[in-house]
Design a protein around this ligand. Structure first.
Ligand SMILES: O=c1ccn([C@@H]2O[C@H](COP(=O)(O)OP(=O)(O)O[C@H]3O[C@H](CO)[C@@H](O)[C@H](O)[C@H]3O)[C@@H](O)[C@H]2O)c(=O)[nH]1
Length: 136
């Protein structure tokens, strides 16, 4: 986002030699509003619960993994903006692939992620542009 906005010169992509389709690491990218809705659902469940103490743990995510370069290209095509990037060394400690299984949240909270990566990236870019107008 900051690279597209010109705040940073280039995005550093940390590693393209992972055993994934394009060599970059894979993560589960969720839209912040979907994440917030899951928290509301969890609070509603807590409020409606008759139990004195209730502790539940939920994985929240889209269930879909996207590589760093997939996200970069999705951002570019969703917003018609170029994101200059450079391939750098792997970041120490990074794992190859991580994505969530949110089945429990769907079953028990009636929640699942609804927003596509493209739509999330479009909205997020609009937010960035809005911030720029406020700074001027
Ligand atoms: O400038 C950047 C920033 C990130 N990445 C890559 O983008 C992916 C996502 O990075 P990041 O947002 O840092 O998330 P994670 O690597 O999933 O790590 C986060 O999520 C982990 C598990 O939830 C926590 O342990 C970490 O502290 C937290 O940073 C990774 O493949 C990074 O290597 C880049 O290539 N360039």
């Amino acid at each position: 986002m900051q690279t597209a906005a010109g705040i940073r010169e280039k995005l550093s992509v940390w590693g393209n030699d992972y055993p994934t389709e394009d060599g970059t690491a894979v993560r589960d990218y969720i839209y912040v509003v979907d994440l917030a809705k899951a928290h509301v659902k969890a609070l509603q469940k807590l409020i409606n619960s008759t139990e004195k103490t209730q502790i539940d743990i939920y994985n929240l995510g889209t269930g879909k993994g996207s590589s760093v370069l997939e996200v970069v290209h999705a951002f570019e095509s969703a917003n018609n903006v170029k994101v200059p990037y450079q391939i750098c060394e792997r970041r120490a400690g990074d794992i190859t692939i991580a994505y969530a299984n949110a089945d429990k949240a769907e079953k028990e909270l009636g929640w699942k992620s609804e927003t596509s990566l493209e739509e999330a990236l479009r909205t997020t870019w609009q937010w960035q542009k809005y911030l720029e107008t406020r700074e001027k």
